[in-house]
Design a protein around this ligand. Structure first.
Ligand code: NAP
Length: 293
């Protein structure tokens, strides 16, 4: 069994991006700029935004977070988005989920200029992805494909079972894996809460991508020997022994599943870090497209 090490790959990608940034700056250009918009005070969202900001700056990007109170109206948020769309210094921006209940996340995502939509949540980018066209792909599924690439994991003709069909993870993941491309061309089964006898599918899978948000859902008896297992889940579990008061749990029962796998991602240290890596890559892509580089 080999660990798919998100920390190591994030480090490699940051190095590649910072070399590009230095190169562009030497040629007299400004650095790429990523902005994160955060509404409310959700603890996990604050951690994610701080981490995205820190990693961007470490690559030499300009980065800032705009923080707003949870009482902000949808119209006020849409106005901020218009400003970011119009700002020539901003290459890409994200609106961190979850948003307060009184704000429609899809209306907000659809207000983002598709060329600055580095999270890939805008309907135009979703449609372009579905058609196999050049698009901004949501960072988590894109990061998973990048991880498979960097470990040279063959996906051609393999049976990939994705568990979870959300707009931001499961469904785009299933599309990426089925695209006619070098790290696609898989035969994909997309499972969800209405799937009957899920285990019969996972037992046939060469690659399992667990993205359902149920701690330790995938157990050893659900996985065949030699499978590649990617754990997307991140759930905070109360834990008084930790300084933070919680620990993170994935969707995979790691101790049982890992010995059966050829490759597996840890939680933390796997997909979460690849999500950041892909967001940085998407920002570079937006910057280069805007500047015809
Ligand atoms: P979500 O929107 O809640 O979607 C969960 C999906 O799982 C749904 O499609 C649901 O089916 C399915 N599901 C729930 N229970 C199931 C069961 N017992 N059997 C089969 N399918 C089941 O979640 P999400 O946003 O995709 O996130 C999933 C997990 O990934 C969460 O833990 C989240 O924190 C984590 N996440 C991690 C990253 C990262 O960077 N590592 C990024 C995003 C999300 P239905 O559609 O039928 O309801």
């Amino acid at each position: 069994m080999e660990l798919l090490d998100g920390k190591k790959i994030l480090g490699e990608i940051k190095l590649e991006l910072s070399q590009k940034v230095q190169n562009y700056i030497q040629k007299g250009r400004r650095a790429p700029c990523l902005v994160a918009v955060l509404v409310g005070d959700d603890g996990a969202s604050q951690t994610y935004v701080a981490s995205k900001e820190r990693n961007s700056i470490e690559c030499g990007f300009t980065s800032r977070a705009l923080r707003f109170d949870a009482s902000m109206t949808e119209d006020a948020l849409l106005l901020e988005i218009e400003k970011l769309n119009a700002d020539p210094e901003v290459d890409g921006f994200i609106v961190q989920s979850p948003l307060p209940k009184h704000i429609s996340a899809q209306r907000v995502f659809d207000a983002i200029n598709p060329e600055k939509d580095v999270d890939g949540f805008n309907t135009i980018n979703s449609g372009r992805l579905m058609k196999g066209m050049n698009s901004f792909v949501p960072a988590t599924p894109l990061g998973i494909v990048e991880l498979l690439k960097r470990y040279n994991i063959d996906t051609q003709g393999k049976h990939c079972v994705v568990i979870g069909r959300s707009d931001i993870v499961g469904r785009p993941m299933s599309i990426l894996m089925s695209l006619p491309s070098q790290f696609g061309n898989a035969t994909v089964t997309l499972c969800h809460s209405k799937t009957k006898d899920l285990k019969q599918f996972t037992l046939q899978a060469d690659i399992i991508i667990a993205a359902l948000g149920k701690p330790e859902f995938l157990t050893g008896d659900m996985v065949k020997d030699g499978a590649v297992v990617v754990d997307v889940g991140i759930t905070r579990i109360d834990d008084n022994t930790k300084k933070s008061g919680f620990r993170l749990s994935g969707d995979v029962k790691f101790d049982e599943v890992a010995p059966k796998c050829s490759f597996i991602t840890p939680v933390p240290g796997g997909v979460g870090l690849m999500t950041i890596a892909s967001l940085l890559q998407n920002t570079m892509k937006a910057y280069e497209a805007k500047n015809n580089l």
